[in-house]
Design a protein around this ligand. Structure first.
Ligand SMILES: *Cc1c(COP(=O)(O)O)cnc(C)c1O
Length: 226
C-alpha cells in the first residue's frame, strides 16, 4: 500500500485516540521508522509529509541520510547505540531515543558538536531482553546527566512487551508517563523531560491515549521489505 494511504489511516486512528483521551492532535509527532525498507520507500514517507525519520543502526542511518532529499528531515536514532559508534552517528542525528548509561553519555558529550535531544530509555516491563534503566535508577541517572553539556533530556522512552494484552501494555505506558511527570516536576535545567516516546505499529493508539508525544511507526506506515 502507498505510504500516503497508510498515513491517512494512522492519522485517523491518532485523531480518534486523541478524542478518547482529550488530547490535541498537534501534540503527537509521527516518526517513520524506515529500518526495514529501502531509501525509495523512505523518501515516499518524506514526500507524504512525515519529516521525522527513525533508524536503529549506523549503516541504515547513514544510507538514508545520504539518499533522502529534503533538508527539513529530522533524524532520530531509536536503537541501542554502542559507544564506539557514537562518533560516526552523533552529528547526523537530532534525537536519540536510547540513552541508557553514563558511559554512553560521556562519549556523546565528547563527540557531539551540537546539543543532542535525548530520551532516556526505561525498561518498565523488566523483560531481560530489553534495554533501558529500571524505574528505580532513573532519577539518580538523570540527575547525573547535568554534567554533560551536549545532552538535553527532553523525555523518556520505552518499548511495551510484545503481547496482545492491552491492559498490560497500557499499564507500562502509564507508568512511563508517571515517571516523566515526576522528573519534569524537578525542574532540572538539563532535563525538561516534557516528552514521551512510546507506541509502535501495534500499540500506538494506546500510547497516544496514555500521553505519547512521539510515536515510532515502521510496519504500519512504510511496511516491511522481505
Ligand atoms: C523497529 C522499531 C520500531 C518500529 O516497529 P514497528 O512495529 O514496525 O512499528 C519502533 N521503535 C523501535 C525502538 C524499533 O526498534
Amino acid at each position: 500500500m502507498a505510504v500516503l494511504d497508510n498515513l491517512a489511516i494512522i492519522k485517523e486512528n491518532i485523531s480518534e485516540a486523541c478524542k478518547r483521551s482529550n488530547r490535541r492532535y498537534e501534540d503527537i509527532n509521527i516518526i517513520a521508522v524506515t529500518k526495514y525498507v529501502s531509501c525509495e520507500r523512505a523518501q515516499e514517507a518524506v514526500d507524504a509529509g512525515v519529516l521525522h525519520i527513525g533508524e536503529n543502526r549506523k549503516e541504515g542511518l547513514l544510507n538514508k541520510r545520504q539518499a533522502l532529499s529534503d533538508d527539513k528531515v529530522i533524524w532520530h536514532f531509536i536503537g541501542s547505540l554502542q559507544s564506539r559508534k557514537v562518533k560516526d552517528v552523533i552529528d547526523h542525528i537530532d534525537f536519540l531515543h536510547s540513552l541508557d548509561r553514563l558511559s554512553l553519555a560521556e562519549e556523546i558529550n565528547k563527540r557531539a558538536k551540537k546539543t543532542i535531544r535525548c530520551f532516556v530509555q526505561v525498561n518498565i516491563s523488566g523483560e531481560e531482553s530489553k534495554h533501558g534503566l529500571k524505574e528505580s535508577e532513573l532519577e539518580d541517572f538523570i540527575c547525573r546527566l547535568k554534567d554533560f553539556e551536549s545532552i538535553k533530556v527532553i523525555g523518556l522512552m520505552t518499548m511495551a512487551p510484545f503481547t496482545d494484552n492491552e491492559q498490560e501494555i497500557r499499564q507500562i505506558f502509564r507508568r512511563l508517563k508517571e515517571r516523566q511527570t515526576y522528573i519534569q516536576s524537578k525542574n532540572w535545567e538539563h532535563a525538561p523531560c516534557t516528552e514521551l516516546s512510546m507506541g509502535m505499529s501495534n500499540d500506538y493508539q494506546i500510547a497516544v491515549e496514555e500521553g505519547a508525544t512521539y510515536i515510532r511507526i515502521g510496519t504500519a506506515l512504510v511496511g516491511k521489505d522481505e
